[in-house]
Every structure is written in C-alpha cells, then in structure tokens.
Design a protein around this ligand. Structure first.
Ligand SMILES: Nc1ncnc2c1ncn2[C@@H]1O[C@H](COP(=O)(O)OP(=O)(O)OP(=O)(O)O)[C@@H](O)[C@H]1O
Length: 986
C-alpha cells in the first residue's frame, strides 16, 4: 500500500498539472518514424453487433423475434414480414454477439485488443450506438462492480474491465505513468462536466485550436491512481447523468456521455540519459450515446419528446456524418452538432474506432433495429488513419510544463494586482475602475466574438440544411413531375387498351352473331331439307295414292273386264299381278329413294353436326381467346392500376414528406431567423448600451477633468490672491512696525527686516513651488487621463471599425457563401437535370418495353384474329360446300322428284289411256271377239310395259328391275298369248 502510494507520488512527480483542456484530436506528432502500416493505409472502423435477450415484458407478451445471430459467420439475419411476404436481410459485421453473449466475451473480443494499443500510444474510441433500451449502458458500464476477492461481477461492463486491464499491465511492467480521467455529458447541445462540483457546474465551451483540434474549455481532468478511484469517478459521473423512465427503459439516458482516460507512460531509456526520455500518450474514449427512439413507442411526452427530438437530431447528424464518410463525400457535416464535433477524430480521423451496435430481437422494434443495422453496416466503410500520438521527449514535456507554469504565474499576478488594486486609495480609483471596465469590455468582446462564431456556424449549417432541403425539394418536385407524367402516359395507355379491348369484344360479338346467323341458316336449311323430305313424303303418298287409285281403277277395269270377259280374268289377274309387282318394284324404288333421302339426311345431319362442331370449336376458341384477352386485359389494367395507385401513393407520400419537411424547415428557418434577429438585436442593444455608457462615461470624465482643471486654476488663483494679500498686509504691517520701531531699532530692525524678508520670500517661494508642482502634477495626471481617454476612444473607434469591417467582411463572406451555395445549387440543378434526363431515358426505355409488350399483345390479337379468320373461312368454306352439296342434292332430288312426278303423270295418263283402251278393247273384245280383244290387250300390255320401261327407269337398278319385270311380263305375255289365242279361238 505504502509502496503504491510512493509509486503514485513518484508518478505524479513529472505528471503535468491538471490542464484546463482535453484534446479530442491528436496533435501533430513530432516523431513520426514509428508509424505502422495502419497509419499509412488507414484502417476501417470496426463494427460489432450485439443483440440483447428478450426483456421480461416482451417474453410475457410472447413477442416474436425477428433477429437471428450467427456468431460463426458473424452475421445478423433480420426477418421482415410485409403482408404475406417474408424477406430476410443479412448484415455481416466484424463480430456478432447473440442474446446469450456474456459481458466478458464482449470485453475479451472487442475491448481488450484496443487497450493493448492504447498502452502503445494510440487513441481509441469505443462507442455504443442503438435504439433506447437495447443495452448500450449495460455494455459500456454494466451492472454491479467488483466482488471482495477482486473479481468483477459478471454483469460489469467494458469500462471497469478496461481500467483494470490498463492498471494490471502498467503495474506488471512496473511502468512510470500518470493517468487522468474526464467525464462529460452532452445534453440538448450543451456540454457539462460530470466530475465538476455542483456549485461549479456550468455549460462548457467547445473550442478549436489553430490546428483544427477540438477541446472543451474548463473540463476537469482528475488524476487517478487505481481502479477503485476510476470506479468511484464512474459512479459519481453516472449518478449525475440525466436519466428518465420511459416505456421501454426504466433508466433511460437522455444525454450522450464520454468517459476519457489519458495515460502517459515514460519509455525506458538508460538511467543517465534524462534528456532524451520519451513519453507515450494513449487515449481511450468510451462513449455511451443516448438511444435513438421512437417517440410514440418510448412514451416520451412534452419535455421528454423535445429531449428525444434533440437526441434524434444529434444522432441524425451522426448518421449523416457516417453516410458522408462511407460515400467518401468531400463535405462531411461534422460541424452540424456538438456530438459529431467531439467525435470528429474518431470518425475519419487519427483515432482508432469501434462501434458496438446494440439491437433488440423484438419484432416490435423492427424499424429501429433495421435502421441501426443499416447505419452500423455503412459505418464499416469508414477509414481512419491512426497515429501514435504524443510521443514526446521528456524535455519537451518539461518545457511545455514550464511555459504553462509561467502563464499561470502571470495570470495569478494579474489577478493579485487586480485584487490589490481594489484596496488602493485616492486618485488611482478611477484608473482601476477604468481598467476593470476595460477588462469587462474585453471579456464582453471575447464573448461576442464567440457568439458571432457560433452564430456563423449555425448560419452556415442552416444554409447548408436549406440548400439540401432545396435540393431535395427540387428532386422531389422533379420526381413528382415525372411520376405525374408516367401516370398520365399510363392512363392514356390504359384508355387505349380499354378501347382496343372494347373493340375486340365488339368484333368477337359480331363474329359470334355471324356464327349464330350461320347456325340459324344451317338450321333453316336443315328445316328446308326436312320440309323437302316431307314434300317427298307427300309426293310418295300421292304416288301411292295414285297407284292405289290406279290399282283401284285397274281393279275396276278388271271388274269391268271380268264382267264382260271372264276369260280374260286370269290375264287381268296377271296384269294385276304385274301391276302389283310393278307397284312393289316401284315401292321398292321409292324405298330406295327414301333410303337415299335418309342417307342424304344423315349426310346433312353429319354435315350439320360437323358445322355445329366447328361452330362450337370456333365459339370455344373465340371464347378462350376472349377470356385470355380479357384476363390479360384485366391483369394489365390491374397491374397498371396498381402501378398508378403505387405511383400515386408514392407521389402522395413524397408530397406529404415534402410538405412536412418544408413545414418543418420553414418553421425551423423562421425560428432560426427569429432567434438570429433576437441575437442581433440583443448584441446591437448591448453594443449600443455599452457605447452609450462609454460615451456618457467619457462625457462625465471630461466634465470631471474640466472641473478638476477649473478647481486647480481656482485654487491657484486663490492661493496667489491670498499670497498677494498676505504679502501686501505683511508689507503694510512691516512698514507700520518699521515706522514704529524705526527710531528705536533703526539698524537692528533693518537687519531683522531684511532677514524676515528673506525668510518670507523663501516661504513664499516654497509655497509657490509646491503649488506649481502640485499644479504640474495635476496637469500631468489630467493630461495622462486625457491621453488615456483619447487612447481608449481611439481603441474603441478602432474596435468599432474592426467590428464594422468584420461585420462587412462577414456579410461579404456570407454573400460569397450564398453565391457559392447558389453556384452549388445550380450545379446540383444541372446534375439533377442530368439525372432527370437519365430517368426520362429509363422511363422511355420502360415505355418502349410497354410498347413492345403492347406490340406483342397486338401480334397476339392479330394472330387470334388470323386464327379466327382462318376458322371463319374454313367454316364458310364448309358451310359453302355443305350448301353446295345440299343445293346439288336438293336440285337432284327436285329434278328426280319432278321427273318422277312427270313420269308418274305420264304413266297415270298412259294408264288412263291404257285403261280406256283396255276398256275399249275389252268392250271391243266383249263386243266383237276375243282375237281382236287379245290383240288389243297384247298391244295395250306391250304399250304399258314399254311405257313403264321407258318412263320408270330413273336409275340403272330400277331399269334393270323394270327390264327384269318387262322380261317377266313378256314371258308372261308369251305364255298368255297361246292361251289368249285359244281363248280367241274358243
Ligand atoms: N445483453 C444483455 N443481457 C442482459 N440484459 C440486458 C442486455 N442488454 C440490455 N439488457 C437490459 O436491458 C435494459 C436496458 O438496458 P440499457 O439501460 O443498457 O439500455 P440503453 O440502450 O442504454 O438505453 P437508453 O438509450 O435508454 O439509455 C437493462 O435493464 C439491461 O439490464
């Protein structure tokens, strides 16, 4: 214990006194020969992801998880559910810690290697970034400290463990070192010292030195000698952090905090060489950021919501810095927030950096988790160029310290003098007051300068924001215009499609009606054919009737003949039989005809069936094509409607976003302008009041001076007058005395009088001398004062002139900045127009594609139409051939029927004639004699047969049949002739 105290005292013997500033950017290193490869090439920011386990509430509510961590492949898979779709997003990091990871694992894998490098003299920043309640503070500080046996609680975070490692290494190496710690908080863009006593707690100013390094003026650096001391500091600072309970975290940090450890280690050299001793200086910044939060879900209201807004604003700037660095942008908006100004060296600077992105597995935090992962993933691309900083010679450090001591001494002297000055008396009062006022003025001037710088910064950042907002506005307007154009185009395309679809439907309907007409025609044709068949039937019946009548007449004839000539009965019977056979053959022929008609009917029916089939096929095909077309049309129209609605909704969203952005920007701008106006008015007012007070002061000073001069002149004249009066009085008195004592002491008195005169002269001279010296002194003081006043006046005039010129310069710079911004804006506009051209080109290509699609659809429709036409022509040819066939058949039928009818008529006429002849011959036979009758009958029979042979042979079959019957008849006749002859003979 003693030993360690001695050590620490020894350590502190060369340690610099507590400096009033902490640098966040490493200064130029005087010795650069130990640069490693990293320093030349640059190293990427390390990014690790840590997913916390489900909280008790989440487990109770059975919230599902959307995160899976693969600690082998080092990847985080985020599953997104959008409607019925499930998509996986994979993020690969340098290291991934799942929900079951332990604090010690995170420390060993991520922080321990960094600590080793800090002890080599590097600067390291480790910061936790993530949504509120995801475990940033848990990871950085943890819960629970050390056990009595020196072991850490398993939930202890990386900060206490890192401190332990640093002290362990330094003690093990018996190094000569000194260590300092600072702990600051950034709340609502205000920096406060978490280690300063409460009474000294005030906002600290972030400043830049000439080399661009950032430091916090007045931040306390506490020298620490043990882990316990650091833990105490950590506890003290943490308890002062601004926290509040939100819906997602019981103790949510409402501010960003940065805990910094600076360690200076003396490098071992030979014991005699004190001059060239080297000192390594490593720095470790451990940053616990406030959580990004969804104001609605965190339940932040009013003040808290504003707070959350500020937090989100600074994190947004951090995100923009990360994006700009990842994109290798030339402009990185570090200056837009104090957080990014503080972390400037850690993002793209000389400090090595590790980001621990903390996420929640809950599906309820999907949006924030994806945003954190996106930012962390982008941050991987940032390159830092680390340098071993502050490797200084001991002599340089000592020199530096001496300079500091000198400046401190000087400051002390001045303050003592000032203090003492208050105790001085007399005429120094006014000059002290003047000095005090001048100092106050100086302070005021410095404060105003700072205010101007801050205002300038704000103005610049606002102008930048304005420019980006304008740019995004232009972008959005352009996109909106494009979207509207696309919508319009698509609307025309849709209307064209719909009209073409209607046309198509009309045509299809026409085709259908044509088809139906054709089917109707076919059915009428069929009906006609049936009607024809009916006609045929009636014809047949007529013929049958006629034959039956004929048979009847023949029978009657027979009867008549039988009545006159019974001998002829047999012949008549034969004739009757012949006639019957003829009739049966005729009936057979008619049957044949009917069969043919039946066949024809069947042919017609099959033709009609074929026609029906092809019509059906055609109908089905056209229906199919129609349905396909209509489905395609509906798909197209739905697609286009979707696209249109999507575009419209996107345009709406963009418009809304734009409007809200514009509103936000407008209100912010208004607020800023108002604030700036107020600031200007305030500063103007202050300057005015200072000026007026100064002028009044100078006026009173002048009055006092003139009064003093008057008083002095008055006192001089009074003194002179008094002296003169005294001299004359004395002279008179002396003369009287002289007169009185002249006689008594003539000689003695003369001597005494001369002695007295001398004495009085000397006294007068002395008085005059002192009075003139007093006057001179007074004059001198007055002239000094006047000189001082004139000097101050001149200084004040110079100050006012410089302020005015500065103001003019600033305005000029602002104007120039504005012009440059406008140039940039125009440049952006040009780029934008280029972009819009590209977009238009892509739109045109899209349109071409759509056209091509429509062309293909056109060709499809054409094909369909061609197929329809083909079918139509086929159908018409089928119909025509069918009609032709039907016409032919009908014609043939009609012809044959007409012929039959004619023949029948002729036959009936001939039969009548024959019957008449028969009757006549029968009469003749009956009247005259049988020979003649036989002859007549033979000739009649022959005539009949011949007539039948000629008339009733429309076809070969029939002819053969008739021929056969003729032969039979002839044979019959030949058989009958002898009988008849016999009969005649008889
Ligand atoms: N990896 C982890 N394992 C176990 N518990 C955890 C883990 N990470 C976080 N927690 C728990 O989650 C709660 C919230 O954690 P913490 O306060 O560290 O979040 P935070 O990100 O710092 O939030 P905020 O930004 O609001 O300050 C704590 O109760 C903590 O114990």
């Amino acid at each position: 214990m003693e030993n360690s105290r001695a050590n620490s005292q020894r350590r502190r013997s060369w340690a610099p006194s507590s400096m009033s500033r902490t640098l966040w950017s490493s200064n130029e290193s005087p010795t650069r020969d130990f640069r490693s490869n990293d320093e030349q090439k640059g190293v990427n920011v390390q990014v690790v992801a840590r997913c916390r386990p489900m909280s008790e509430e989440e487990s109770r509510g059975k919230t599902s998880s959307m995160i899976s961590c693969d600690e082998i492949k080092q990847q985080v898979v985020a599953t997104q559910n959008t409607g019925s779709k499930q998509t996986d997003k994979v993020f690969v990091f340098d290291k991934v810690f799942g929900p079951n990871s332990k604090q010690i694992e995170v420390y060993n894998d991520v922080v321990a290697p960094a600590i080793a490098e800090v002890l080599e003299g590097y600067s390291w920043t480790i910061f936790a970034y993530g949504q509120t309640g995801t475990g940033k503070t848990y990871t950085m500080e943890g819960e629970g400290r050390k056990y009595k046996n020196g072991e850490f609680h398993e939930n202890a975070g990386v900060i206490p463990r890192a401190m332990q490692q640093i002290f362990d290494v330094l003690e093990r190496e018996r190094a000569d070192y000194s260590m300092k710690a600072t702990f600051l908080e950034l709340y609502n863009e205000e920096i406060t010292d978490l280690l300063a006593p409460d009474e000294a707690k005030r906002p600290l100013v972030l400043m830049e030195d000439g080399k661009g390094a950032v430091f916090v003026r007045g931040l306390e650096e506490e020298v620490v000698c043990s882990v316990d001391e650091i833990c105490a500091i950590l506890d003290k600072g943490s308890s002062r952090k601004r926290t509040a309970e939100t819906l997602v975290n019981k103790q949510s940090n409402r501010s960003h905090s940065i805990f910094t450890i600076t360690v200076q280690i003396k490098e071992p050299t030979s014991p005699t060489d004190h001059e060239s001793e080297m000192i390594r200086c490593g720095r470790l910044n451990l940053v616990d950021l406030a959580g990004s939060e969804n104001v609605l879900r965190s339940g932040a209201r009013e003040g808290r919501a504003r707070e959350a807004g500020e937090i989100n604003k600074s994190l947004l700037t951090l995100g923009r810095v990360i994006n700009a660095l990842a994109d290798n942008s030339t402009h990185v908006p570090y200056r837009d927030s104090k957080l990014t100004r503080l972390l400037r060296d850690s993002l793209g600077g000389k400090t090595k950096t590790c980001i621990i992105a903390t996420i929640s597995p809950s599906v309820l935090c999907q949006e924030e988790t994806l945003s954190t992962l996106d930012y962390a993933f982008r941050a991987k691309c940032i390159k830092n160029r680390p340098e071993v900083n502050h490797k200084l010679m001991k002599s340089t450090v000592i020199k530096d310290l001496y300079t500091q001591i000198d400046s401190l001494k000087q400051e002390l002297r001045v303050s003592r003098q000032v203090n003492r000055g208050y105790g001085d008396q007399g005429d120094r009062h006014s000059s002290d007051a003047l000095r005090k006022q001048l100092m106050e003025l100086q302070e005021l001037y410095v404060y105003q300068q700072q205010l101007t710088v801050d205002l300038k910064d704000k103005l610049l950042s606002t102008e930048r924001e304005l420019a980006t907002a304008r740019q995004s506005l232009f972008n959005l307007e352009d996109r909106c215009q494009q979207a509207e154009d696309v919508c319009r185009d698509k609307e025309t395309v849709i209307s064209n499609l719909i009209s073409s679809g209607k046309e198509l439907t009309k045509k299809t309907l026409e085709l259908q009606s044509d088809l139906e007409g054709a089917a109707l025609d076919a059915s009428t044709l069929f009906a006609k054919i049936e009607h024809k068949t009916d006609l045929e039937e009636t014809n047949r019946q007529n013929v049958e009737n006629f034959y039956s009548q004929l048979v009847q007449q023949l029978q009657e004839l027979d009867e008549g003949v039988s009545a006159s000539a019974t001998s002829q009965e047999q012949n008549w019977k034969a004739i009757q039989d012949d006639t019957r056979s003829f009739l049966t053959s005729k009936a057979k022929a008619i049957d044949e005809l009917f069969k043919q008609i039946e066949n024809l009917k069947e042919l017609h029916a099959s033709g009609i069936n074929n026609l029906d089939g092809s019509a059906e096929e055609l109908h089905q095909k056209s229906q199919l094509a129609l349905s396909r077309l209509s489905s395609e049309l509906s798909a197209h129209s739905s697609c286009i409607m979707d696209l249109v609605s999507k575009n419209a909704s996107a345009a709406d969203a963009i418009n809304n976003g734009l409007k809200s952005n514009m509103n936000d920007l407008g209100s912010r701008l208004d607020a800023f302008v108002k604030q700036q106006k107020e600031n200007h008015a305030r500063s103007h007012h202050t300057s005015k009041s200072i000026f007026s007070s100064l002028v009044s002061f100078f006026k009173t000073l002048k009055i006092y001076t003139s009064k003093l001069t008057l008083i002095e002149e008055d006192s001089q004249t009074i003194a002179k007058q008094k002296l003169h009066a005294f001299t004359t009085k004395f002279e008179e008195f002396s003369a009287a005395e002289e007169k009185l004592l002249l006689e008594q002491m003539s000689e003695l008195l003369a001597n005494s009088s001369s002695r007295k005169k001398k004495m009085i002269q000397a006294a007068v001279d002395d008085m005059l001398e002192s009075a003139s010296s007093n006057g001179l002194k007074l004059n001198q003081e007055i002239s000094e004062m006047q000189g001082l006043t004139v000097e101050t006046e001149e200084k004040w005039n110079v100050f006012i002139q410089t302020t005015e010129s500065n103001h003019v310069e600033d305005s000029g710079a602002v104007e120039a900045g504005k012009l440059a911004l406008e140039d940039d804006l125009q440049c952006c506009m040009r780029e934008l127009s280029e972009l819009s051209k590209q977009q238009r080109l892509s739109e045109e290509s899209l349109l071409d594609e759509i056209k091509a699609n429509f062309d293909s659809e056109d060709s499809l429709i054409k094909n369909e139409t061609a197929a329809n036409e083909k079918i139509h022509t086929r159908f018409s040819s089928v119909v025509a051939s069918f009609l032709e066939e039907t016409d032919d058949a009908t014609r043939n039928l009609t012809l044959s029927a007409e012929k039959d009818l004619r023949l029948d008529r002729e036959a009936s006429e001939k039969a009548e004639l024959l019957s008449a002849r028969c009757i006549v011959s029968a009469k003749q036979a009956r009247d005259s004699h049988s020979g003649q009758a036989a002859e007549i009958s033979r000739s009649a029979r022959k005539c009949l047969v011949d007539d039948y042979l000629v008339d009733s042979s429309p076809s070969l079959g029939k002819r053969n049949m008739v021929l056969q019957s003729r032969e039979e008849i002839e044979s019959l006749i030949s058989l009958e002739t002898p009988k008849a002859d016999n009969a005649v003979a008889i």
